[in-house]
Design a binder for this molecule. Structure first.
Ligand SMILES: [Zn+2]
Length: 352
């Protein structure tokens, strides 16, 4: 079969495709130059000599084995530690939405960690004000629509998460859903049951990270679906290890968000994870491809991520389009907008 759009190279094909992204952490979009600017403005010392030193240091932290996620999150902590004011959040948000426009992203669903902001002395309201303003400016100046997902950190008390659900009431229209991220702690879904129940009562959409190859990965995925009632799982690749779990994901129409270059950044055998993504796609599960933390560990922005996945898996152009359609189908948007995005993707495939 002839490849789609033979007039374009792989990189041109991906760049020109209208895109959505569903799994990206705003704190992971801080680029080294901005990191240095904010650190200087806020009087914070960084453990790097220059912006180039950031990636160099992060690359030195890539190791095989179980320490990968720990090293990754420690590096991310250094980066997100420079955010100290509402305007820092506004600037980071606007910078990211400008980048989305350059990458051809039409719609993005972005995660943010309010507990991180609070620990750094940024009140929740200031963090929300900064994001809200950046979001509106990004829509106005760059035409990128964004929805925001409030993520709680699993290695911090679940009581904090529970309290934040009520604290977020004044910003209800700015936040589409909730999730959990950071270190995957043992039995985490049970700790967050009251938080998810409270969020569901308020009409939030629900997702949760289930990282790859963690202790009890499969049990966590099952508990997130059956007990927390999530509609999406961020990563969740270990679904593929268990036919009963594959059935459950189908039955409940759960979407997965995979992040191929993020896995490559963390460990020495990323191919195994691409194989898991391939098997999930082939099974018919609604999995999309995303960046996670594009400015960390050299993960790269969405176009780079899609080209890397396409060439190393490998995935055909038709399969990359399928991943993108899965993203559109899993987005927390209304049906008119979903049809509009689908039509745009369709027109692109047919040379429009
Ligand atoms: Zn993530």
């Amino acid at each position: 079969m002839e490849a789609l759009r033979p007039d374009l190279s792989d990189a041109e094909f991906v760049a020109a495709m209208p895109k959505v992204e569903l799994h990206v952490h705003i704190e992971g979009t801080l680029e080294p130059a901005t990191l240095f600017d904010l650190a200087e403005a806020n009087g914070i010392a960084l453990p790097y000599d220059s912006p180039d030193g950031v990636l160099e240091f992060q690359t030195s932290q890539k190791t095989a084995g179980t320490e990968n996620l720990t090293n990754f999150l420690n590096c991310l902590d250094i980066s997100r530690g420079v955010l100290r004011t509402a305007d820092d959040y506004r600037r980071m948000t606007l910078d990211f939405l400008r980048r989305c426009r350059a990458e051809g992203v039409r719609h993005v669903e972005v995660m943010f960690d309010p507990q991180q902001a609070i620990r750094q002395g940024v009140p929740f309201g200031d963090c929300m004000e900064g994001i809200t303003q950046g979001r509106a400016e990004g829509r106005r100046d760059h035409g990128v629509r964004s929805e925001w997902i409030m993520c709680f950190q699993r290695d911090h008390p679940a009581d904090e998460a529970y309290a934040l659900i009520a604290e977020a009431d004044p910003f209800r229209t700015e936040i589409v859903g909730i999730g959990v991220d950071n270190f995957e702690t043992p039995g985490f879904p049970a700790h967050f049951q009251p938080t998810y129940d409270r969020a569901r009562e308020r009409g939030y959409r629900l997702t949760a990270h289930c990282d790859v190859n963690q202790p009890d990965s499969r049990q966590h995925i099952r508990a997130c679906i059956e007990d927390l009632g999530v509609e999406r799982i961020d990563h969740g690749l270990n679904t593929v290890d268990d036919p009963a779990l594959i059935d459950l994901v189908f039955e409940r129409d759960i979407a997965l968000t995979g992040c191929p270059t993020f896995y490559a950044g963390q460990e020495s055998a990323p191919i195994e994870r691409l194989d898991m993504i391939r098997a999930l796609l082939d099974s018919g599960i609604r999995i999309s491809l995303n960046t996670d933390d594009p400015a960390q560990f050299g993960s790269g922005w969405i176009n780079n991520t899609l080209v890397a996945a396409m060439q190393s898996a490998p995935f055909s152009r038709a399969e990359i389009v399928r991943f993108m359609q899965h993203g559109i189908d899993s987005a927390w948007i209304d049906d008119d907008y979903r049809l509009e995005l689908t039509a745009e993707l369709d027109a692109f495939i047919h040379g429009g």
